[in-house]
Design a binder for this molecule. Sequence first.
Ligand code: NDP
Length: 325
Amino acid sequence: MTFKALRVDSQGAEMRFVEMSDDELMDGDVTLNVTHSTVNYKDGLVMAGRPGIVQRYPMIGGIDLAGIVEASRSPQFQPGDEVLLNGFGLSQSHYGGYAERARVPGEWLIKLPPGLTRAETMAIGTAGYTAALAVLALERQGVKPEQGSVLVTGAAGGVGSVAIALLAAAGWRVVASTGRPGEAGYLRDLDAPEVIDRAELSSTGRPLGKERWAAAIDSVGSHTLANAVASLKRGGAAAACGLAQGMDLVMTVAPFIIRGAQLLGVDSVWQPMDRRLEAWRRLARDLDRRRLAEMTRTIPFADVREAGADILAGKVRGRIVVEIG
Ligand code: NDP
């Protein structure tokens, strides 16, 4: 039996569709039929052949997958179980979700959270699950909606869109920062009453700005993150998830030692299972399905490379579901 996969064979080579067989799959105690995946910024980087992400070749792309268990030696999973998987080195050190079949360690898998379909879990994907991790990090820090607004940068992107919906559901007043003024209506519909131009935050700023927000979720990095932190209210916190503007971070310690600001790092790939389950429970409970549908576009497997180029070009609004098998 053969299956279709999107694979890169060596550093710098183009990713291409190939036919593979089950005996080429990597080790794992659960074999599944992959039905859905998605396109995150990191998937775009891998499809463009950017160095530093893929750690072994050949490699199948796709950092997320959802599917149905076909065979399992893990006591936790039975044939027919619907499952999802984010991170754990998919598309880096283990074959990813851009293939009709996958074999993975059972301890990486999550049973589909009640109330979510496989397609919806991929509409959420790593981007949405990371947004949930960021919201939970802010809550663990103790910042509350009563203290002021929350800034979301990269607002019209995947992490940003899901973050807005989750924060609004938790009672926050969201300030959405975007470089696409044409998406202001979309962002307001997601429940961000204030939309600002990302140019306000994207250049070198002052060590301390006016106190504007109690919290921030940033998927942009660079000067944007520095300015987001510099404008936190006293005791506020910012969760740093991404680097769409840049990996650099030049700032002073002023926000930390004068206003007690907290900077919280968010890594989605190697989160322990209890944190993953907490994030997925939160998404299943709080993410409005109508809003999720409004922020999601579905594409066939054949179109995934074009979507990867679009996400790097900043042209993707919200989230993409890829129908795999
Ligand atoms: P998207 O492309 O969907 O969203 C990124 C958004 O950032 C864009 O939509 C755009 O928003 C904004 N943006 C793009 N380029 C620039 C720029 N030059 N300057 C300022 N803003 C910019 O990507 P994702 O939401 O999937 O991922 C966002 C980031 O988070 C990526 O860097 C990704 O690698 C990272 N990430 C990290 C994870 C982790 O584990 N820490 C997990 C998931 C993602 P707008 O048009 O509204 O301005």
